[in-house]
Design a protein around this ligand. Structure first.
Ligand code: SAM
Length: 366
C-alpha cells in the first residue's frame, strides 16, 4: 500500500454516512451511562471540570458521551446543593485529522445553545491520534471513549507488514494455518498501542482522574472461531467478492484492517502491567441481549460496516467499473446475500465470542 491509510468514518449526513449508520454504536454508548455517572459522582468536588471524548467521529454519537457527562454533572451538583456561581464544564472532542470536524463543530455550537446556564459550557476540538499526547499535563478530569480503541495506530500490525504475511486468505486451509501468526501479530500491536494510550492519558489526567472506555473485544481468550475479531466479518465479505471476481485476490492479501478486539483478561493484564491506573470496573455485556439483537438486521449491519470501512476499502481497492460507489454497493449486496437466510446473522454472532468491553479506570495518586 503506497499511501498512508486514511482512517475516518463516512462523513456528512447522507444515507451512507456514519451519522446515519451508527445506531448500534449509540446503543453501546448508552450502556456506558452508569459508569460515567459513577465517575462524575466521584469527581464533582470542584466548580470546574474538563471532560474529553476520544475518537468522537461525527453525527449524533459525537456528542452522546459528552451529553451524558454534562447531564450527570448537573444532576450531581443539584443533589449536592452546590451554591452559585455556576459551575463550568469544558468538553473537548478528539479524533484523527481526517474526521468530519466541520460537522462536529456545528453540533458543538448547537449543544452549547441548548444547554442553558448551568453549568457554563466551554467546548473545543482536538485533532490528533490518541496514541500520542493531545492535552496539557494534569489538565483532564474525565476521559471517555466509545467504540474507538480497537482501532490500531498502524495500518497493519508491524510484524505482518514487515514479513509480508497476508491477514486473510480466500483459501480456508491457508487461513487456518496462518491464523495463530496473524492473531498474535494483531495482539502484539494492540498491546503496544494500548500501553502508549494509557501512558499518555496518565500524564494528562489529574491524580484520581477517571477514564470510562468501551471497545470491541471478545468474551473469551479463545480465538478458535474465524469470526472472533470485528475485522473478520469485513474480510469475509471481501473474500466473497474475490470469489465473485469483483476484486482481485492479490489486493485482498495486502489489505489489513487495523482493528483488534482484546479479551477481558488481556486488557486487564495490560492495564496492571502499565501500572498507572486502578481498575474500578470491567464489564463485557452480552451482544445478544433482546434489545440489542432487535437492532441487528443484515441491512443495518451491512450499512454500519460500510459507514466504518468505506474510506479504507475504497482507498485500497480503488473503484470498480461502476465507480467508487460500485465497490461499496457490491459490498453491501454481498453482505446482505450472506445473511439473507432469516436468523443467519444472529446465529453467526451467537456462535462467535465477540463482545464489547466496558472499562472504568482511576488514575493512581502517585
Ligand atoms: C466507530 S467510530 C466511534 C465514534 C463514536 N465514539 C461512537 O461511539 O459512535 C471510531 C472513531 O475512532 C477514530 N479513531 C481511530 N483511531 C484513532 C486514533 N488513533 N486517534 C483518534 N481517533 C481515532 C476514528 O476516526 C473514528 O471516528
Amino acid at each position: 500500500m503506497a499511501s498512508k491509510q486514511m482512517v475516518h468514518m463516512n462523513r456528512g449526513q447522507g444515507e451512507t454516512s456514519y451519522a446515519r449508520n451508527s445506531i448500534l454504536q449509540n446503543a453501546e454508548q448508552n450502556r456506558m451511562r452508569p459508569l460515567i455517572e459513577d465517575a462524575i459522582a466521584d469527581l464533582v468536588c470542584s466548580r470546574s471540570m474538563v471532560v474529553a471524548d476520544l475518537g468522537c467521529s461525527s453525527g449524533p454519537n459525537a456528542l452522546a458521551l459528552a451529553s451524558i457527562a454534562v447531564d450527570a454533572f448537573r444532576r450531581r451538583r443539584l443533589a449536592l446543593r452546590r451554591p452559585p456561581p455556576p459551575a463550568e464544564l469544558c468538553v473537548l472532542l478528539n479524533d484523527l485529522p481526517d474526521n468530519d470536524f466541520a460537522t462536529v463543530v456545528k453540533s458543538l455550537v448547537e449543544f452549547k445553545r441548548n444547554n442553558g446556564d448551568e453549568p457554563v459550557l466551554l467546548t473545543g476540538v482536538v485533532p490528533g491520534s490518541f496514541y500520542g499526547r493531545l492535552f496539557a499535563a494534569e489538565s483532564l478530569h474525565l476521559v471517555c471513549s466509545s467504540n474507538s480503541l480497537h482501532w490500531l495506530s498502524e495500518q497493519a500490525p508491524q510484524d505482518l507488514k514487515m514479513k509480508g504475511i497476508p491477514p486473510y486468505d480466500v483459501d480456508a486451509n491457508v487461513r487456518r494455518e496462518r491464523r495463530a501468526v496473524v492473531v498474535g501479530a494483531y495482539a502484539r500491536q494492540f498491546r503496544k498501542d494500548f500501553i502508549a494510550f494509557l501512558k499518555m492519558r496518565a500524564v494528562e489526567l489529574v491524580p484520581g482522574g477517571r477514564m470510562v472506555l468501551s471497545l470491541a473485544g471478545r468474551r473469551s481468550v479463545d480465538v478458535a472461531s474465524e469470526l472472533t475479531h470485528a475485522w473478520e466479518s469485513t474480510a469475509m465479505i471481501l473474500s466473497d467478492m474475490v470469489t465473485m471476481g469483483v476484486i482481485d485476490k492479490e489486493k485482498l492479501e495486502t489489505f489489513y484492517i487495523p482493528i483488534y478486539g482484546p479479551s477481558e483478561e488481556e486488557i486487564r493484564q495490560i492495564i496492571q502491567e502499565e501500572g498507572s491506573f486502578l481498575i474500578r470496573e470491567m464489564q463485557v455485556p452480552e451482544l445478544t441481549s433482546v434489545a440489542y439483537s432487535a437492532l441487528i438486521t443484515p441491512a443495518r449491519v451491512a450499512s454500519m460496516l460500510r459507514a466504518a470501512f468505506e474510506p479504507i476499502i475504497v482507498q485500497h481497492f480503488g473503484s470498480t467499473e461502476s465507480g467508487e460507489e460500485g465497490i461499496m454497493d457490491e459490498f453491501v449486496r454481498t453482505a446482505e446475500r450472506r445473511w439473507s437466510l432469516e436468523g443467519s446473522l444472529q446465529d453467526e454472532l451467537a456462535q462467535n465470542p465477540r463482545g464489547i468491553l466496558h472499562v472504568s479506570l482511576e488514575k493512581k495518586l502517585s
